[in-house]
Design a protein around this ligand. Structure first.
Ligand code: MG
Length: 385
């Protein structure tokens, strides 16, 4: 039977790759709806190719443009539009590939409507992991991770009772072999030049500071219900071992593959089936020849340590972490601060944060807003070049 899928964020990095996967999977899937920001030209191409029944765009203006081009298409926009897409119970699965906090509420709506989620949005679990996982369990909804590390763990974690710990790999980003000083004053271009993965800008900067790995540890804690003490990170520059699970009997099961997001995207949307999709070359151990591993340098990458600490502390610390980091990354991309100052700014925001325990969704958004405003103020008053 054909599965009906909706993609939130269809014109982004994960969204476009997901559509490449769907193209190869032919009639196994039917695209129910697509959502995009304001890239109406790319969205128009996608509409022609995948023929969704509904689309959602960010602004009313973009909605008018799309409606003008496709008279019979149902077009909606904004937060309400996303909610509408996620309330459509004819969906079998929704791929949440938008970036930022905009992904959180629609994901919860889909969960409440018993629709399975392929999750590529970090904020959903970093900001509200407790709430989201509880709702998923209550509604019998699967949260299928798209991120390569969590996909790997999902594939390796076949016996939860025998689990000893999770081992999350990190490529180390573009500054792995550079000195702290070089990293601190890196240009935007250098920070965006990730050696292994081609991703959106925010996540690429987070990968350069290893904040991304810290956020992934928080996500793994929620997704797999594993204590922070039992999650280890290891630097693995080749990005071939995507993560591993160590069992109590001493066995370690790792998932390997060439660094391509097509594989974890397809695994999530086709789960539990494994089928041929986008052709990948056969995995050649001899050609890869050498895989290396090393401990992460927590001093050079203080955000990795800080993120894990925030996860451990719980409350609203991860909400603050996420909001402060995003504002600081934007300021770096805007040329207002240096790369090294991202960590300083986030550390200061965390130090001054008054955590709220068990915040509900409204409280989470309220805290998110306050932290963003205060982070911008801090950047303007203390750091702006
Ligand atoms: Mg990842």
């Amino acid at each position: 039977m054909r599965k009906r899928i909706t993609i939130l964020g269809s014109t982004g990095s994960i969204g476009t790759q997901a559509l490449q996967v769907l193209e190869k999977l032919g009639d196994k899937f039917e695209v129910a709806a697509l959502s995009a920001g304001n890239n109406v030209d790319l969205l128009s191409e996608q509409i022609k190719k995948f023929n969704p029944q509904k689309v959602c765009v960010q602004s009313e203006k973009s909605a008018e443009v799309i409606q003008g081009r496709f008279k019979n298409l149902q077009v909606c926009f904004g937060d309400n539009g996303l909610q509408e897409l996620c309330s459509d119970t004819s969906n079998d699965i929704i791929l949440v590939a938008v970036s930022g906090k905009i992904g959180l509420k629609p994901t919860l709506t889909a969960i409440k409507n018993h629709i399975d989620i392929a999750l590529a949005n970090k904020e959903t679990l970093v900001m509200a992991g407790d709430i989201v996982m509880k709702e998923a369990e209550k509604n019998g909804v699967k949260i299928l991770p798209v991120d390569s590390e969590h996909s790997a763990i999902h594939q390796c974690l076949t016996n939860k009772n025998g689990l000893k710990r999770l081992i999350i790999t990190a490529s180390g980003g573009p500054f792995l072999n550079k000195s702290s000083e070089e990293m601190q004053k890196a240009t935007v271009e250098q920070a965006l030049a990730h050696p292994r993965w081609d991703m959106g800008k925010k996540i690429t900067i987070d990968s350069a500071t290893l904040m991304n790995k810290g956020l992934e540890v928080i996500e793994a804690h929620h997704l797999f219900n594993v204590d922070y003490d039992d999650i280890k990170t290891v630097v693995h520059p080749q990005s071939v071992v995507h993560s591993a699970v160590e069992y109590k009997d001493g066995s370690v099961i790792a998932q390997l593959g060439l660094p391509s997001m097509h594989i974890p995207i397809q695994y999530a949307i086709c789960y539990p089936e494994r089928i041929e999709g986008i052709k990948t070359n056969s995995f050649d151990f001899a050609e890869i020849a050498k895989l290396t591993f090393e401990e992460p340098d927590f001093e050079k990458f203080p955000l990795l340590k800080l993120a894990i600490e925030c996860g451990r502390k719980g409350g609203s610390y991860t909400v603050c972490l996420n909001a402060a980091d995003e504002e600081a990354v934007l300021a770096f991309l805007d040329g207002k601060i240096s790369l090294g100052q991202i960590a300083e700014i986030v550390e200061e925001m965390i130090k001054n944060h008054k955590s709220v325990s068990n915040p509900d969704i409204d409280k989470i958004f309220e805290i998110d807003n306050i932290v963003r405003t205060e982070t911008k103020k801090l950047i303007k008053e203390k750091y702006s070049k």
